[in-house]
Design a protein around this ligand. Sequence first.
Ligand code: PMP
Length: 285
Amino acid sequence: RTVYLNGQYLPENEATVSIFDRGFLMADGVYEVTSVLDGKLIDFDGHAVRLERSLRELDMVNPISKEDLLEVHRELVRANGIEEGMVYLQITRGAPGDRDFVFPDPEETEPTIVLFTQNKPGLADSPAAKKGMKVISIEDIRWGRRDIKTVQLLYPSMGKMMAKKSGADDAWMIEDGFVTEGTSNNAYIVKGNKIITRALSNDILHGITRAAVLRFAQEAQMEVEERNFTIDEAKEADEAFITSASTFVMPVVEIDGVALGEGVPGRVAPRLREIYLEESLKAAV
Ligand code: PMP
């Protein structure tokens, strides 16, 4: 596999990063995941814009222009023959030498930029989407700037393990009684014809897929309500689902062992998945 590191295309085993890199020592870095369908990038622009914002919020200097970033994405997809899969991008604050809590001077330290691809045949035509997912609820004990897409993913990773151990697929996180989001996705419930999801704030990641799906839902005359909901309200909903760049729209059929409706994907989530796949593929670059 060919990867990209700091301006160079390299075989993956030749791409190495310093042990002093702040991404490695302090999770001082941000990332993006862009999916690939039919060899094209889905929602590239949204991911590039959010990347800019994450970097700005952390006082990091963006080492690459949007045009060059698109070119690198395309070149990796081409070089690795990706038809369905994803491009992972990570920018860390770099390797200043001594470990220090204080940010290094941006004039003296170059950020580290890494991109690689993952091949995922069957991403769009996913059996999991037909079956629906099971989620458990766990406490949200992450930090307070979840709107910044940082590489500090230990708790989401632990959450996924807790779900796995209890025979579920993922965990929804709860703060002050309300669902924030899934470990790596935004969370929604459906009541009648209404789609309910938490409003944007520092409490959740501003999902690129979320923005697109809510727009498509409104265009399809579905009602969207952005507000908090509790896990109990979710268990009584007609349907539930998640969105993310790597899963698109995925129905949720069980929460903490409680089946939603008939315990199979309902009407709204599969329809939204269909619309999302169709529309975002039309706009893919
Ligand atoms: N919330 C969290 C915590 C996430 O990690 C992700 C995906 N990385 C999302 C939501 C969904 O965001 P997107 O649709 O941009 O992939």
